[in-house]
Design a protein around this ligand. Structure first.
Ligand code: ADP
Ligand code: MG
Length: 690
């Protein structure tokens, strides 16, 4: 149990001195009510100014606290002012899929229209819009980037709002660079950059550098090319901050006991807990539920709910429904609840101080998701979530000294800590050849760029002049997947196993096909064994898919086998879309009737860069990557865990106490040199085989 929060020994900190604010619960009762709610949001006071600035400036930067109404209101104001007239569309991007769905359905509800008509959304593999009818479209920034491949000037949009710009996702940064170019060609296009934190200065500098021009004196046409900055005053309540007195050894346990303590000691009000990902969130949901039940009294009124991006729709809805009277909702979330979406009714926040972040090391060529400390900016955002409806409390599971002295002020933009392969291929496909010279809001490292070019060259995507190859490069760019998966699909066309590879690609596109949260780990492991293939996880997916089809796509079958029915339906849907893409770009659809050698060869064609070899002397399953000699292990969730074949390929790495390979297949090392002769010199591999 953690050491903090001794009553009487509190050291409260005020986050925001503002008094007042609005008590405001979402209620479905009628249009007039919704109108009133809309008018009470902080942005409403700025409606006229926002519309004036957008009218007169090419770029408007809007800074406002989370929950002030930026995402849900501004697109509606624009529509009301006529920006969607004449078949034009207002776009609003989000870095996260879940946020896209959630805000789109909220806005449709506010406007009293059916989602997918006047208000729609598009995320990868899911398009809920109606061309010619949809006026406001929410989409991920990644999807907007893809749209540029068919419509480089994004001509159908009158206004593009790049939302959550402070998150600095890799796609946001690429978009900002490209939109700046588009603006020069389309002066009538308006940009809105909105953000929860004051990075507005650097954003406005970015849109103001020498390349944009001022409107010449006396010229009436066209907007002012200097960007405007508007700050929306928030109306948050005071939040008391509590720190732990000693560092906690286990943030998960500490979070669990803090929730139980709040529930025991504090007045009603919902609790929002920030953990890092599906694994620790599911574990916390289970622990809190169990301990709460162990504490006697049948029903203590706790409703414990997870929130992360892979969550099925039905469970998302639970999170957003108002808490029933006499109950206390506990939402355990990733940093998606930090700024992307607003949960009403939260009074207590528990901040683990961590989030899952992507880190890429160009020296070892390894990218993985790491549980890493958050920045001060994130910590403040998390704290602010407690002051939405009334004064709240935030429990930070780290010491005050740590916050003051060790936490970095801001996070690092994702582009500076990512593998650049997907980014480079997209820019190349858009005809941007000089990628290092591209106008980045923050420059990626040149080592990472060189690595990406090298991998793309080995994949056959780029030629000696670093131009997209035809047809391979263009085909791969066309498939809306990671280039390594796209390459694997392309190769499967030649090897005669495209039907299998499309199933595998669809399965890899979703978080997990297994249920979580019910049954014991042991039962789940046993259920998985029924489908386990000696060749590895990808082949096991094929077994699950086959079983699902043979059951007549039965939900009972899924239930019995610990397979997630919703996930399998999604696999079917994605599979259909990928089949259409494959046909369009000329991949021959064919099944290999389960010849697992060709299946694994096709995978090797895409994932050769992720090859590893078991250490000869290893008794604990230690592998080394061929390229960077990094130590890695097979993840316990893999069917090859403890099997430890000599040569393997992995799909991705996760890093906790060690680096773990997720989704692993066994391979023959000779396939590596066949697939990528430039990448693996023949001789070197040969010497390693013996
Ligand atoms: P911002 O983008 O500035 O963070 P939003 O426009 O997302 O703010 O939210 C404005 C308000 O709309 C929030 O305070 C919240 O009360 C309400 N809201 C947003 N999404 C939902 C939803 N899915 N359900 C109920 N209320 C919502
Ligand atoms: Mg928002």
């Amino acid at each position: 149990m953690s050491q903090f929060w001794k009553p009487g020994a509190e050291k409260p900190r005020l986050v925001d001195d503002e008094e007042g604010g609005v008590l405001f619960f979402s209620s479905p009762s009628g249009y007039a009510n919704i109108e009133r709610q809309r008018q009470r949001l902080p942005v409403y006071k700025y409606r006229t100014s926002i519309l004036y600035l957008v009218e007169t400036h090419a770029t408007t930067i809007i800074v406002g606290e989370t929950g002030s109404g930026k995402t849900t209101q501004i697109p509606q104001y624009l529509k009301e002012a006529g920006w969607a007239d004449g078949g034009r569309v207002i776009a609003c991007t989000q870095p996260r899929r879940l946020a896209v769905q959630s805000v789109a359905s909220r806005v449709a509800e506010e406007m009293g229209v059916k989602l997918g008509e006047e208000v729609g959304y598009t995320i990868r593999f899911e398009d809920v819009t109606n061309t010619g009818v949809t006026m406001i479209k929410f989409l991920t920034d990644g999807v907007l980037l893809r749209e540029m491949m068919n419509d480089p000037l994004l001509t159908k949009y009158s206004v593009i709002m790049i939302d959550e710009a402070h998150e600095r996702s890799i796609s946001t940064d690429i978009l900002l660079g490209l939109l700046k170019k588009i603006q020069r060609r389309r002066p009538e296009l308006r940009l809105i950059i909105s953000s929860a934190t004051i990075q507005a200065k650097s954003m406005s500098d970015f849109f103001q550098t020498s390349k944009t021009r001022r409107r010449p004196e006396g010229e009436e046409l066209g907007p002012n090319m200097e960007s405007a900055v508007l700050s929306v005053e928030g109306r948050g309540f005071n939040v008391q901050i509590h720190y732990v007195e000693e560092p906690v050894p286990d943030y998960l346990r500490a979070a669990v006991s803090t929730v139980l303590l709040i529930h025991e000691k504090e007045p009603m009000g919902d609790i929002l807990v920030f953990l890092t990902g599906q694994d620790d969130i599911d574990a916390a949901v289970q622990l809190i539920t169990e301990e709460d039940q162990n504490r006697g009294r049948k029903s203590s009124g706790l409703m414990v709910l997870p929130l992360y991006s892979g969550l099925p729709r039905s469970e998302q809805e639970l999170v957003f429904t108002p808490t029933p009277r006499g109950k206390r909702k506990v939402v355990i979330s990733t940093n998606i609840a930090e700024t992307s979406i607003t949960l009403e009714g939260v009074v207590y926040v528990v901040d683990s101080g961590f989030s899952k972040q992507r880190f890429y090391n160009p020296i070892t060529d390894i990218e993985n998701l790491v549980v890493a400390p958050i920045s001060k900016a994130s910590a403040r955002q998390r704290t602010g979530r407690a002051g939405r409806v009334r004064p709240g409390k935030c429990y930070r599971l780290y010491t005050e000294e740590y916050f003051a002295k060790e936490m970095s002020a801001e996070g690092i933009p994702e582009i500076q800590r990512s593998n650049l392969v997907p980014c480079v291929i997209q820019l190349k496909a858009l005809g941007i050849d000089n990628i290092l010279g591209f106008d980045w809001p923050a420059s990626p490292s040149s080592e990472a760029m060189v690595r990406a070019l090298e991998v793309l060259y080995s994949l056959g995507v780029l030629d000696d002049d670093a131009k997209l190859t035809s047809p391979t490069g263009f085909q791969i760019a066309e498939i809306p997947l990671d280039p390594m998966i796209s390459k694997m699909m392309l190769a499967s066309g030649q090897l005669g196993c495209s039907e299998e590879m499309i199933t595998i690609a669809a399965t890899l596109s979703i978080q997990s096909i297994w249920v979580s949260g019910w049954g014991s780990q042991k039962e789940l492991d046993e259920a998985k064994l029924n489908f386990a293939a000696a060749e590895g996880d990808h082949v096991s997916f094929l077994n699950v898919y086959k079983g699902f089809l043979q059951s007549g796509k039965s939900s009972q079958w899924c239930h019995k086998n610990f397979v997630n029915y919703q996930a399998m339906k999604k696999v079917l849907e994605i599979r259909e879309q990928l089949r259409r893409t494959a046909q369009r770009i000329g991949i021959v659809l064919k099944s290999c009737e389960r010849d697992t050698v060709v299946v694994r060869k096709a995978i090797t064609n895409g994932f050769f860069a992720n090859a590893c070899r078991l250490e000869a002397s290893s008794h604990d399953g230690k592998y080394k990557t061929i390229r960077g000699s990094q130590e890695v292990y097979i993840h316990p969730s893999s069917v090859l865990f403890r099997v430890n074949p000599k040569w393997v390929l992995y799909h991705s790495l996760v890093s906790t106490d060690k680096q773990y390979m997720r989704n692993v297949i066994s391979i023959d090392p000779s396939w590596l040199t066949e697939a990528a002769p430039h990448f693996y010199q023949h001789q070197r591999l040969k010497s390693m085989v013996h």
